[in-house]
Design a protein around this ligand. Structure first.
Ligand SMILES: Cc1cc2nc3c(=O)[nH]c(=O)nc-3n(C[C@H](O)[C@H](O)[C@H](O)COP(=O)(O)OP(=O)(O)OC[C@H]3O[C@@H](n4cnc5c(N)ncnc54)[C@H](O)[C@@H]3O)c2cc1C
Length: 502
């Protein structure tokens, strides 16, 4: 067990309830309540020591704008109360090394944060040093080898923009402001998933700062077990990635998309059609069913159903002809038969599909939870009732029909199903939090009989720490626990939230 050295910033005398109270004290200056003047002075000295060894900004609890920085780390509007002692805005791998060395010396636990999209704010931990990697977002491309390097703060579109002139693409996230740092670390369910697969399997290597403050390159040949862990460990990885080495892919030349909307009451027709289409579909076809609000507000005002089954179909073909042929299998299925609305064979590309989070994801307080499953019709049928009981109008249950549930390689990312089901709820008012949580609990209970486990990137692993383990095969979880002990014996890095071997 690692022995902590005393440090003024840690304020070890503060218990959780007092922390919560302090967290509730609105914003600025709350940090100064934590510590008497003497402790603050000691903290400034400590921070000065760190500030002089990193090029990026260091923000400590004693800074009056600390609370603004802390809250700004979290992408969504609901800001957890948990708080690190120090935030370091890393500009370089050297900043990361210096911060890890400093933290180890002072007994501060370290965690990295890239885009801040973890819905439960997995990177916000009480105590310790948070490394904000968002400013590290350099991308390079080598068209000859069809590879790229990307720093963890790089947003999906940053990578796509660099690859596109070379006719290359990558399975980035759908949300335009999702950084690749956390996305790849937890797996990455991106575009063209049946061909490009889960994105972390396109990691060829990574530069990692380890618990002893060394910068190492991990890949198939060097530090192979850390390379294994980088590909999917999620928010319990025992290191900080400062750069990914990625395989890129020839960009499909003629991506086309169709959309079919049917009333929720016609779910049996929709799921029946999808159940038949999925096993027959080409790996270049992507099928996504959303149980969601009717996007046509005018039609709703005129009496159309408020909730619908919305099927998005993307064909990643290399010619107009190929993509049309792929999409026509859907057009001539029952999905194409008397929908409320449809769009067919529309031209699109990865950048359009990524959109920006402002338009594709409504902003506000957000909750996401879900499961991997192999079921289609039975699970969707059972979810209809949950939609009817929705407590916020911005309720979507996304069902991504992958078809292929095999994993291409041995990696920490080790649990998958042919169907990824995810409830995505957005609301504005904090007073609705309890209702939302209750709806989510009911929905997760409904999903239980169909669940194979969870996808760690989408889970609330803070409220439900057991979903950490339940996002991996048993064998992979045990290996992750073993590797953590081996590579971070003193516990320099925060473990998975709520998980500890001691
Ligand atoms: C609007 C929106 C759209 C999304 N779309 C998709 C999607 O299409 N597909 C999908 O699979 N997921 C999607 N997600 C989920 C997303 O993949 C996860 O939230 C992911 O963690 C976000 O990456 P991030 O860089 O913002 O992670 P952060 O929230 O910054 O970090 C999450 C965790 O990752 C770890 N981590 C981050 N950076 C590093 C690093 N450099 N080194 C070591 N560990 C690190 C930390 O432990 C941290 O706690 C979406 C989320 C949102 C909010």
């Amino acid at each position: 067990m690692r022995k902590k050295k005393p440090i003024a910033v840690k304020n070890k005398t503060i218990d959780q309830s007092r922390r919560k109270f302090i967290g509730n004290v609105a914003g600025l200056g709350a940090a100064s309540l934590l510590s008497p003047t003497i402790a603050n002075a000691a903290m400034s000295n400590n921070v000065h020591e760190l500030s002089s060894s990193v090029s990026g900004k260091v923000i400590s609890r004693s800074d009056t704008d600390f609370e603004l920085w802390r809250k700004g780390l979290v992408w969504q509007a609901a800001k957890p109360e948990r708080s690190p002692d120090l935030i370091v805005q890393a500009n370089s791998a050297e900043d990361v090394i210096a911060s890890v060395n400093y933290a180890r010396k002072k007994g501060l636990k370290v965690i990295a944060k890239s885009g801040g999209h973890s819905i439960c704010g997995s990177f916000l931990r009480d105590d310790g040093l948070l490394l904000n990697m968002l400013k590290m977002r350099k991308v390079t491309v080598d068209p000859e080898t069809q590879t790229a390097t990307a720093e963890p703060g790089a947003w999906g579109p940053t990578l796509l923009n660099a690859l596109e002139p070379h006719g290359l693409g990558f399975p980035v996230a759908r949300g335009g402001s999702v950084s690749i740092g956390g996305f790849l670390m937890g797996g990455g369910l991106g575009f063209n998933p049946n061909t490009w697969r889960i994105a972390c399997f396109s990691i060829l290597g990574a530069d990692v700062v380890t618990a002893d403050g060394k910068l190492i390159t991990v890949n198939e040949k060097q530090h192979a077990d850390i390379y294994w862990a980088v590909r999917g460990a999620g928010p319990g990885f025992f290191g900080v990635v400062t750069k990914y080495y990625l395989r890129a892919y020839p960009l499909p030349q003629a991506i086309r998309t169709s959309q079919y909307i049917h009333p929720l009451s016609e779910h049996a027709k929709v799921t029946g059609a999808l159940e038949k289409l999925v096993p027959e579909s080409d790996h270049k076809l992507e099928l996504i069913l959303l149980l969601t609000g009717n996007p046509d507000k005018q039609a709703v005002a005129n009496g159309a159903p408020k909730q619908v089954c919305l099927v998005n179909v993307n064909a990643y073909g290399d010619s107009e002809e190929e993509s049309r042929k792929l999409l026509s299998t859907v057009a001539f299925s029952p999905l194409g038969d008397k929908p409320l609305a449809k769009k067919e064979y529309e031209v699109t590309n990865l950048k359009i599909m990524t959109g920006d989070t402002g338009s594709s994801f409504p902003r506000g307080r957000m909750a996401t939870e879900g499961v991997w499953s192999n079921s289609i019709s039975p699970v969707i049928t059972s979810l209809i009732e949950r939609m009817e009981k929705a407590v916020t109008p911005v309720t979507t249950i996304s069902i991504r029909l992958l078809g292929n549930a095999n994993l291409p390689d041995e990696a920490a990312f080790s649990l998958i199903g042919s169907t990824n089901i995810l409830s995505v709820l957005t609301w504005q008012d904090e007073k609705d939090d309890d209702n939302i949580a209750e709806w989510m609990r009911g929905t997760m209970k409904t999903l239980e009989p169909y669940s194979l486990g969870h996808y760690i990137n989408n889970e609330d692993v803070v409220t439900y720490p057991k979903r950490n383990n339940a996002s991996f095969s048993e064998k992979s979880w045990l290996r992750l626990r073993k590797l953590r002990k081996q590579y971070d014996p003193e516990g320099v890095f925060h473990d998975y939230y709520g998980i500890s071997d001691s």
